[in-house]
Design a protein around this ligand. Structure first.
Ligand code: SF4
Length: 308
């Protein structure tokens, strides 16, 4: 790594009036340089509301797309242009169109981890931190949920009166966590609570003490008086967990890394600020349709927040 790269990025960021956003699964040095770190829901709100005209979004493709849709007048750059999400790629717009024909009355809910073409066909987008709040505000009985069958089945447990139709997508990173891994970790640390992301499969979730989004897991571990936890999600979360809880210990059942989330480097953040990396460009018409789904996410999510 070039000497002083960190300082050069900060200097250039100021000169360009840019903002750097980083997902909690990004490499530690990327989280260290970011202005805001968070899950997809939080970052999408920052991207929508920030004053800066240049957004460097350290994450994967669907995140850059969502930021651009919410702020079409801003320049959004994904420093690692090849960083995609295999789960998002499991749902295509043409397959979804076929499914919609089969279930014409269903309310179409897509996880934010989906392409903007898929979002354009859906009524609302959700994140793992906002999904339960949003679904509470959806009156329809039949819900078509995509692409994550694991998050879908987790949410469905809270809505026994609704009929869910699941897409059979999944996150290959979270699906690698097995019950055997968790049981082994529990054997080593028998009194320690297990905190799990809902992208894990049901068997793993059933062994857990808490299930929640990345930000939910961080909040839980920070507020809880225990000082050790078993964490079932991508290891990038460790950066923020340790930052907020320097005296607590965190164990991972297995080394769980998302190769796409780890593609961002400080070099390409610098290149993005220099204008050497192409900005996110989207089709206008599809973007406008996808915007409705993202705006509904903020509207329906915030309705519940206001009621509290
Ligand atoms: S962790 Fe899973 S859902 Fe998140 S970007 Fe990687 S593959 Fe996609």
């Amino acid at each position: 790594m070039r000497k002083n790269l960190f300082d050069d990025i900060l200097k250039l960021k100021k000169e360009k009036n840019a903002i750097i956003l980083a997902h909690l699964y990004q490499p530690a040095e990327i989280q260290a340089i970011a202005d805001y770190i968070g899950d997809s829901y939080y970052l999408s709100k920052i991207a929508r509301d920030c004053e800066e005209e240049l957004i460097i979004f350290c994450g994967v493709k669907f995140m850059g797309e969502s930021a651009k849709i919410l702020s079409p007048e801003k320049t959004v750059i994904l420093p690692s242009a090849s960083a995609g999400c295999p789960m998002a790629d499991m749902a295509t717009a043409s397959d979804l169109e076929e499914m919609i024909k089969e279930y014409p009355d269903a309310f179409k809910v897509c996880y934010i981890n989906s392409s903007y073409e898929v979002k354009a066909l859906c009524d609302v987008s959700v994140t793992s931190s906002s999904a339960l709040a949003i679904l509470k505000n959806v009156p329809n009985k039949q819900i078509l949920f995509l692409p994550d069958r694991n998050l879908g089945s987790y949410i469905a447990e809270f809505f026994p009166d609704k009929e869910f139709i699941f897409w059979q997508g999944f996150c290959p990173t979270h699906e690698r966590i097995t019950t055997e891994d968790v049981l082994k970790a529990k054997e080593k640390h028998p009194t320690v609570k297990v905190l799990t992301h809902p992208e894990c499969n049901k068997e793993v979730r059933d062994l857990s003490d808490y299930i929640g989004s990345t930000s939910g897991i961080i909040d839980y571990a920070t507020k809880c008086e225990d000082d050790e936890f078993i964490i079932c999600t991508e290891e990038g979360i460790l950066y923020e967990l340790e930052k907020r809880n320097p005296n607590k210990k965190f164990y991972f059942p297995e080394k769980i890394l998302c190769p796409n989330m780890k593609k961002t480097s400080l070099e390409n953040v610098y290149d993005a600020l220099c204008g050497k990396i192409d900005e996110v460009i989207l089709d206008d018409e599809i973007s406008k349709k996808a915007l409705t789904s993202l705006e509904n996410m903020h509207k329906l999510g915030e309705m519940v927040l206001c009621e509290k």
